[in-house]
Ligand binder design. Structure first.
Ligand code: HEC
Length: 533
């Protein structure tokens, strides 16, 4: 069919220098694969684009929003750095849409129209180990205003859990715009929720309590959640509450939502060897310190934060090689743009993400398509620009007012999270987003009989070491530095029976940093990195 129509085109039009662009042959494919996951009945897109008539009715607007890159929604600049799940049209796709609209939106031959993709309804990645649902439904008020609500989902985990993936499943897809995910082991979020009879609490900026920790998963309609590759994952501590901050879109009438979260544990044969570590950027990382984060009215203010905290000692960066997984820059309504990059000791710049037009309503975690190595002692930059003038259409204050750090709509934030792991050779080839669950991993040493894991990692020096032996063996356990020099003997040589072992270790008087824990038998040895805080 395609061939015949191409020939027809050649005969009829192309000789006249006129390119025929039709819905069936050219446009349906672009719309169905880039727009329809959100723009179909019951989803967040305000109008469906699932057939010729629906798309044609919005043709002029579609041409406009794609030309200005407003749709599909994607704030980062793809030319600065390609990212996972990036939603962008190529220039060729955009100009095809424009030509189609300008030439009268011809349908072409409906028999050539591709089918709509099948959109999965349940989990998009597998069967979860745990499903947590909102305990009660939330009613989104139909007043055409955005709502930001935090819901506290108790995990009832009795031990620390190694997590491969967290998948948010929207219940009311018309209402749920996007979601941030975290946890709280302090009970503060639950206490805040308990202050009012209403289920959940309203919180604009983030989870609204000091004890909350961000996880590296976020939800935007149509995105597949990241499943961490072999040996990598995050830990949710025993007893923690999972937190979701749900942004509900403006709606003309009341809607009810009772969303849930799927949790996938790391497989027993794929323990976390390299936990995801999070460094955070706050105004503390500004050269002028926290107090310098002030946004005077009628001014555009630029800040450059250096390195990050939480991980390194007081914002000095990291003194060992790491591989970056994702970043999550966060500001409020005055935030105009972000640029995140690292500069190596050799003065090479590693681009991470540039968001020329930051959009509070489409924020999320930006994941690297492959693990991105960043050498030791690089300087990490988070540049943020805030527009507190009347030219900023999102400015919550008119006339503009002084804005300071805070959680409210009129307050501002300068936050960025760097999620990374200790570098391991070959990381530059590790593709993220392959979404394979429960891949099997065995450390190939000590005669292939060892499942070797350290918990917790990072640790304060007290950690447990677990391993599995296929036969009885004499083993000694050492701590070495990254150059391989022996630091301490952790356990003297003794005989271990075949089977699973868990050994409690207390390493003392260590300077913060990365070390190697080594198991050594008479035949061979295996090592695992541990991070001592
Ligand atoms: C991730 C979800 C998502 C995807 C993908 C998406 N849209 Fe949208 N679209 C929305 C939402 C939500 C709105 C409502 C306005 C807003 O929130 O920005 C919208 C609004 C629109 C509008 C109305 C704009 C207005 O101001 O009235 C048009 C037209 C549109 N989208 C076209 C497209 C086209 C064309 C594509 C694909 C090339 C696309 N969208 C992809 C979510 C999406």
């Amino acid at each position: 069919m395609k061939l015949y129509s191409t020939i027809a085109c050649l005969l009829l039009f192309c000789s006249l220098g006129f390119t025929q662009v039709t819905f069936s042959e050219d446009i349906a494919d672009i719309i169905y694969n880039n727009c329809s996951n959100c723009h179909r009945t019951g989803e967040i897109g305000p109008m469906p684009f699932t057939n010729y008539e629906e798309v044609k009715d919005w043709g002029t607007m579609i041409k406009y929003v794609t030309e200005i890159d407003y749709m599909p929604p994607w704030s980062p600049n793809p030319e600065y750095k390609h990212l996972l799940n990036e939603r962008v049209l190529t220039d060729e796709q955009k100009s095809k849409i424009a030509t189609w609209v300008d030439n009268g939106m011809l349908q072409g031959n409906p028999q050539n129209e591709p089918n709509l993709p099948t959109f999965p309804t349940g989990s998009q990645i597998g069967s979860p180990d745990v499903v947590l649902q909102m305990a009660q439904s939330h009613t989104v008020i139909g007043d055409n205003k955005d709502e930001y609500y935090v819901f506290v989902l108790p995990t009832d985990f009795t031990e620390d859990k190694e997590i491969a993936c967290i998948e948010f499943r929207p219940d009311n897809k018309r209402a749920v715009h996007h979601v941030l995910i975290g946890y709280d082991e302090t009970g503060q979020a639950a206490a805040r929720d308990a202050q009012t009879p209403e289920y959940g609490y309203s919180s604009f900026g983030d989870f609204g309590v000091a004890g909350a920790e961000f996880l590296s998963w976020t939800y935007v309609p149509g995105d597949l959640p990241l499943v961490f590759p072999e040996g990598i994952g995050e830990v949710i501590p025993a007893g923690a509450d999972l937190l979701i901050q749900v942004h509900y879109a403006p709606l003309p009438s009341d809607e009810v939502d009772k969303s849930s979260v799927n949790i996938f544990f790391k497989g027993e044969d794929d323990p976390i060897e390299r936990p995801v570590m999070t460094g955070w950027v706050l105004p503390n990382n500004l050269p002028g310190g926290f107090a310098s984060f002030v946004l005077p009215p009628n001014e555009v203010t630029e800040f450059t934060a250096l390195n990050f905290d939480g991980w390194s000692n007081s914002g000095s960066g990291v003194n060992y090689d790491v591989s970056l997984v994702s970043v999550q820059p966060h500001g409020h309504l005055l935030a105009k743009s972000f640029e995140v990059f690292a500069v190596t000791p050799q003065n090479d710049t590693i681009n991470i993400v540039q968001i020329p037009e930051y959009d509070f309503n489409w924020q999320g975690a930006y994941t690297m398509p492959k693990l991105l190595p960043v050498p030791a002692n690089s300087t990490w930059y988070t540049k943020a620009v805030y527009d507190n003038t009347v030219d900023n259409p999102y400015n919550p204050s008119n006339p503009p007012k002084f804005a300071f750090w805070g959680e409210g709509t009129e307050d501002e934030m300068l936050v960025n999270f760097f999620n990374f792991v200790v570098y391991q050779e070959g990381d530059e080839n590790v593709v993220l987003g392959e979404n394979i669950l429960n891949s099997s991993i065995k450390v190939g040493a000590l005669q292939n009989s060892t499942l070797f894991a350290l918990h917790p990692n990072p640790s304060d020096g007290n950690f447990s070491l677990s391993f599995h032996l296929e036969s009885d063996m004499e083993i000694e356990i050492f701590l070495r530095d990254l150059q391989g020099s022996m630091i301490q003997s952790l356990k003297p040589k003794r005989s271990y029976e075949s089977g699973f072992h868990e050994v409690a270790i207390s390493a003392t008087n260590l300077i913060s940093g990365v070390y190697l824990v080594e198991l050594r038998s008479s035949f061979d040895q295996i090592q695992q990195k541990i991070v001592i805080r």
